[in-house]
Design a protein. Structure first.
Lengths: 286, 286
């Protein structure tokens, strides 16, 4: 995307930009080169922006602070993280029982904010969950909510299994990302592991609220044709775009390398490519 | 199966009996009523018996002792457990690298017995696996072997993921049982959880060596028509029998209750039913 006229037309063509965060705005704790310039430029020309992430380890509030550290000021309504999506999903279902959470801080904070009752044990190294807890789960849990959890353990999985013996108990997953980026230099096993463990002992299939499900599109009022999804993952972001008939731009600053594209069927490819979002303002004439 | 003539014909019809163990011979640490009588009777009339279990927490040697406690004397060649199957699978592939094991004692003992090198960490609570281990995994691991593991953890999963970045590295699973019976009174999350976690972060599909795969059938020389598979699980034992055109008998002394049968498609049902293997000698005339 080097041609100035092309970039101008490209940007002008869209009113709404849905950005993935990891691999697009940052890698772990390092901002992508020129990310703040691009975002601030798009804001200055009145584009509507959403930052949509499957990272459920943080709440919207925590994400605002992360953006601030990178020189980007956004407000809560511009962030759609999968921890928020899990909470709002239950709220929409008028959920009034207790949720059992396998996850991290982001889920707890969003559940607290929406006054959804939950049971959560950070680690069970010290057998913090005893028989009484198990019985409580069996009787009162209306939803098992699974997100990224570095403290996943056999007991955590087993308690989910017990709760899900009740066919009325919902099983919700924030995302199915195989990998997650905790630092710039290394990606690690993602939420795909936690939900794989729970589904593997229950023969249940979880309801997905993050990308590539379209649950979040019902929360924001957009015209798909005037919208661009910018992401770094073919199987999450670009699939999300394609299944919802939204134009997409794959950036090569994250999980996908050029070689990956060669293996991908043509109909599953993105509409546009860019090395990174820095290309969005390369030589641009305002 | 109450009719004496029917039972006589039923038993006489078969030369080889493949028994599942959990739910058929015992539940957890309690023998099924009359199990030893049935097995000893079948032995007395010169039937060939195999005890085939997806339980990989024990080696063949440990199973022999468990049978002994229940008054049943069998020898090693009559036991086919999934820990043994995993080791023999690698042996057949002339595997000469190091395996990374997620599992328990049974796998380690069978791997030791067949002189297969492996890396194994019982728990990683104390960060027993450090960066050096991770690098070792990356460079030398030729197979990730997954079985039932009560100490499953994020690090264990992550190290499997790192090893599996190498497309030449095999992924082998002993079984995919959703549930396992550790005690008579309670079943718990099974190996389906451990392999679900690894597959969920790698987008790989493991090679299954236990039931319902037919890998073990190549190890024993049987005539399928003269063979009866006796099991308690529709989705494991009976599926195993049906896909290999082997007659089957479902016993209701384990994981399956009569209600489950009503939900099952007719073509996936077993050939015979019995309340338990005690029916095999009910009023029988030798």
């Amino acid at each position: 995307m080097k041609d100035v006229q092309f970039i101008n037309n490209f940007i002008n063509n869209f009113e709404v930009f849905l950005f993935n965060c990891d691999g697009v705005i940052w890698n772990g704790n390092t901002a992508i080169h020129k990310a703040s310039e691009v975002i601030n430029f798009l804001k200055s020309i009145k584009k509507q922006l959403y930052f949509i992430t499957n990272d459920c380890s943080k709440s919207r509030f925590a994400f605002i602070n992360k953006f601030k550290e990178f020189g980007i000021n956004i407000n809560e309504s511009e962030i759609i993280c999968s921890s928020f999506l899990a909470a709002i999903y239950l709220k929409q279902k008028k959920f009034n029982k207790t949720a059992y959470i396998i996850g991290e801080k982001g889920l707890l904070e969003e559940f607290d904010k929406m006054n959804i009752k939950y049971i959560y044990i950070e680690t069970d190294n010290n057998n913090e969950m005893n028989k009484k807890d198990i019985l409580n789960i069996h009787n009162n849990i209306g939803a098992v909510v699974v997100g990224f959890d570095r403290n996943i353990s056999y007991n955590k999985i087993e308690y989910a299994r017990i709760a899900l013996e009740n066919p009325q108990c919902m099983l919700i997953v924030t995302n199915r990302d195989a990998k997650t980026y905790l630092t710039e230099s290394q990606y690690l096993a993602g939420t795909g592991s936690m939900i794989g463990a729970v589904e593997g002992c229950t023969n249940r299939t979880a309801t997905l609220v993050g990308k590539p499900s379209n649950f979040l599109l019902n929360l924001i009022n957009i015209n798909p044709e005037k919208c661009l999804i910018v992401g770094d993952k073919l199987d999450i972001d670009i699939l999300f775009a394609n299944t919802n008939n939204i134009p997409s731009c794959l950036v090569l600053s994250g999980a996908t390398i050029l070689n990956d594209l060669e293996l991908f069927p043509r109909e599953k490819l993105p509409t546009f490519f860019a090395r990174s979002i820095a290309d969005f303002i390369h030589n641009i004439q305002k």
